[in-house]
Design a protein around this ligand. Structure first.
Ligand SMILES: O=C(O)CCC(=O)C(=O)O
Length: 160
């Protein structure tokens, strides 16, 4: 986690919330292809040695060429991400995520209303494949939590 924080510049992203633009509580940095939120677009920084190392190992597991990585840093329990679906350019490919640092809950919601919760701890790997890659998910707020980071890798289609 410390190594990645030295290599990329994480910052809040502006999100539309009930008609207002507010800064995200988690700090993010995007690497590789640009990543589009409904209310913002993040240019892709250059791949760093650490992220290339993780990416290459994950590519062996999933068999897809991962061309984007979103680094999300949650300094404390107040940092969270609410229910959302991932950017529209993920098409039938898995979303692969590695967690580092403090354990946090990760919730997944199917269109039928089924909900799952996992605790993601240091070194845990989460692969959302098939339909689940398009389902809503969140990392809920907690009263207390130590610093956590997730490295989320995707296969984004389209230019650039
Ligand atoms: O931090 C996580 O594990 C989830 C991140 C996430 O939901 C996202 O970047 O879309």
């Amino acid at each position: 986690m410390a190594q990645t924080l030295q290599e990329v510049a994480v910052a809040p992203v502006m999100l539309r919330c009930y008609g207002r633009m507010v800064p995200s509580t988690r700090l993010v940095a995007n690497v590789g292809k640009p990543y589009r939120y409904p209310s913002a677009s993040l240019a892709g920084a250059d791949w760093t040695p650490t992220l290339v190392g993780v990416r290459d190992q994950l590519q062996e597991v999933v068999g897809d060429e991962l061309n984007e990585s979103l680094v999300s840093y949650y300094p404390d329990g107040a940092a969270h991400v609410g229910w959302h679906r991932d950017g529209g350019r993920v098409q039938g490919t898995p979303i692969v995520s590695v967690s580092l640092g403090a354990r946090r809950s990760f919730d997944l919601l199917s269109p039928d209303g089924d909900q799952w919760r996992w605790g993601l701890g240091d070194g845990d790997l989460l692969v959302l494949g098939g339909d689940a890659a398009g389902w809503k998910h969140r990392v809920p707020r907690r009263a207390q939590a130590g610093p956590r980071m997730s490295l989320t890798f995707r296969v984004l289609a389209g230019a650039p």
